[in-house]
Design a protein around this ligand. Sequence first.
Ligand SMILES: [Zn+2]
Length: 123
Amino acid sequence: MTAAEYLDRFDNAMTPVPGTTTVPSDKVREAHALAIAALATRDTIPNPTEPWPTGITARILTRAAILTGNHHATVDIHDDTRSTANCTSCGWTKSHGNAYRSEVIDWAQDHANQCTALPQPTA
Ligand SMILES: [Zn+2]
């Protein structure tokens, strides 16, 4: 469902049934507004298959990316003389010699599983 379709459903749900005065509670309205905002973000994010920036050899979606659908929230791994993990949302960074790349990826995965920071919007 697109954000526009969801908004139509939301507007219909907000119309009281004829002959009644029942209206959704503020909590229901707030939950709907948050869902719409998340869906609107999903509809406008770039295709997640776009090329990775130069030098990135692995990329892990953060918890925030999975919750919101914003695939710009990632922990990226760079490999040169060292393996370095960097969270694009909160700036968390960890690095180790290339021989320990698998540990760097484990640290990156652990961070990604917990990070709910959102990347700064680019547009
Ligand atoms: Zn982070």
